[in-house]
Design a protein around this ligand. Structure first.
Ligand code: GLN
Length: 556
């Protein structure tokens, strides 16, 4: 009784945020990130202020040191956080600018606890997972609530229920029910419901097991989302409710849809938005889906299709370039077209230069971010092909740097020009390590990261795209254009239409019309949103569409 009283006193003292926790079962990649974002969207569209946190049980302090080709892209926040790609989904769905605190990892939590222990902050006590590690986790979640002033904080727990490394996080969210109270906390469990090929039967047993696993830890879900190919039938719903010990109207289904952006709509149609609000006792407005539906409609009903070649490093994992793919989709929707991109392994052009001709069957060439020398020469060849054949070209970060290398070699005749990332002994280091990077020894969080201001030159393609002389864009790199070569490059016609405020860093390059040849040191994709495409992606897709149609189109 006393502890309940205490809980309600602290709850009243703090801003009265409510907490929704999303866990996953059966297997990973079940779409928790999209469901978390969709829950946020259903609340936000009713006027509720939301924010979202991803907790990642891996021991890395942040995602920055993980290979994007194996683990998915590293998402960069405004404040330079190198975070899990789910933050990208939260930002895109909720049109928020989150920061590094919205991603909590085991590495971060333990690092802090150990630092405190070394300082003597625990006053001689034995430092334990419960309560010290769990307290640190809860504090991080609550800090986000108080910094953002959000009414509802969504916390997605990475991994699958039952993973050893996820236990402290689940224990922390279990404790939050006790401390915040029933009406301020809600647990959503998302799990796969497979459908048998032969009989078409929907199997709920794996989901039942993962709910049991969750209960074993002490968490009884309030809502269950069945992730399945098709909408679950009455029998499956009945079983999930019965074995999950929840009413049938607390079972929802996230079935396969054509576009990920439909997910909040299909869940809301099933009543999930109002169910959550009722359960959390939040009074809200009627949902406003108009703009979102318009965007979804544009995604689903393109009037044409453009084909682009994405020339990069092996990306068997679709998630390696997720923000880029989504930025292309946002731009495509704004042009009422569809972008279909073929991934082309850059190395292929090194061994088979004759294959460069295949690029001709595309409407544009896109060279994305990247690291290291493998495939770099192939990318340079693809850029040369784009330039010489007047094909729309967009280069992002490494793509920007390699466009400079290509121009230096083939237009400025600086034979052997290169980036020192690829060739440390190049006679013409047109791309070089940034001066402040020379002393960097630690790999984690040491690149030039996050948002920096860029000055855009008037009367350029960049200015026509951004419509502003100052823009803010996100970065993640160690190398940059070597300013010593700027005059040589410019003399031969390369236009640096965007630069850092001090004029020392080249940020955007372009070539004179008629072709669309554009590249940036920054990553426009991180700021692209449904209904508000990023200007460089928009410009590129529009140019590809014009090439496809063979005529200019009006800016929509
Ligand atoms: N490898 C390059 C650098 O470190 C480009 C990085 C990137 O494409 N994000 O500068």
């Amino acid at each position: 009784m006393q502890s309940l009283l205490y809980a309600s006193v602290i709850a009243r003292h703090r801003r009265m945020a409510k907490y929704v926790f999303i866990t996953g079962g059966v297997l990973s990649s079940v779409g928790k990130g999209i469901i978390t974002s969709s829950v946020g969207k259903m609340l936000q569209t009713r006027g509720v202020k939301v924010t979202a946190i991803k907790v990642d049980p891996y021991v890395n302090v942040d995602a920055g040191t993980m290979n994007p080709y194996m683990h998915g892209e590293v998402y960069v926040t405004d404040d330079g956080g190198e975070t899990d790609l789910d933050l990208g989904w939260y930002e895109r769905f909720l049109d928020l600018n989150l920061n590094m605190n919205n991603n909590v990892t085991t590495g971060m939590v333990y690092k802090r606890v150990i630092e405190k222990e070394r300082k003597g902050d625990y006053l001689g006590r034995c430092v334990q997972i419960v309560p010290h590690v769990t307290d640190e986790i809860k504090q991080r979640i609550r800090n986000v609530a108080s910094h953002t002033g959000a009414e509802v904080v969504l916390t997605e727990c990475g991994g699958t229920v039952g993973d050893i490394e996820g236990l402290p996080f689940l224990e922390a969210i279990r404790q939050m029910r006790l401390e915040e109270g029933y009406e301020s906390t809600l647990y959503i469990h998302v799990a796969l419901v497979p459908i048998l090929d032969v009989t078409g039967e929907m199997k709920t047993k794996p989901l039942q097991h993962s709910v049991n696993e969750l209960r074993r830890i002490g968490i009884q879900p309030d809502v269950i989302v069945a992730r399945s190919k098709e909408i679950i039938d009455v029998e499956a719903r009945r079983k999930i409710a019965l074995f999950g010990t929840i009413p049938q109207n607390a079972v929802f289904c996230s079935f396969n849809v054509q576009s990920i952006y439909e997910v909040p709509l299909i869940l809301d149609e099933q009543g999930m938005g109002s169910f959550i609000l009722n359960r959390l006792d939040i009074k809200a407005q009627k949902p406003r889906w108009k703009e979102w539906k318009r965007f979804v409609n544009d995604v689903l009903n393109p009037r044409s299709e453009v084909k682009i070649a994405l020339v990069g490093k092996y990306a068997g994992l679709a998630d390696s370039y997720v923000s880029m793919n989504e930025a292309l989709k946002h731009a495509a929707a704004a042009c009422q077209t569809k972008v279909s991109s073929d991934f082309i392994e850059a190395e292929i052009f090194e061994n088979h230069p004759e294959k460069l001709k295949t690029l001709n069957s595309y409407n544009g060439i896109f060279v994305p971010y990247g690291f290291g020398s493998r495939g770099a020469e192939g990318k340079v060849s693809a850029i040369q092909y784009a330039r010489e054949n007047n094909m729309p070209f967009l280069g992002i970060c490494y793509g920007f740097q390699l466009a400079v290398v290509e121009f230096a070699r083939n237009v400025c005749e600086l034979e052997g020009a290169n980036s020192t990332e690829i060739d440390a002994t190049t006679p013409y280091p047109v791309i070089d390590l940034m001066p402040e990077q020379h002393k960097v020894e630690i790999k984690g969080a040491s690149m030039r990261l996050g948002t920096h201001k860029i000055v855009v030159k008037g009367n350029t393609l960049a200015f026509s795209l951004y419509g502003s002389k100052e823009i803010l864009e996100r970065h993640r790199h160690r190398f940059e254009v070597n300013p010593e070569y700027r005059p040589t490059l410019e003399k031969k016609g390369l236009i640096f239409s965007g630069e850092s405020v001090d004029g020392k860093r080249m940020e955007i390059l372009e070539l004179k019309a008629p072709c669309f040849f554009f590249a940036s040191q920054f990553h426009g994709e991180f700021k692209s949103r449904p209904g508000r495409p990023d200007p460089e992606y928009f410009g590129f897709v529009k140019a590809c569409l014009e090439k496809h149609l063979g005529r200019a189109i009006q800016k929509s």
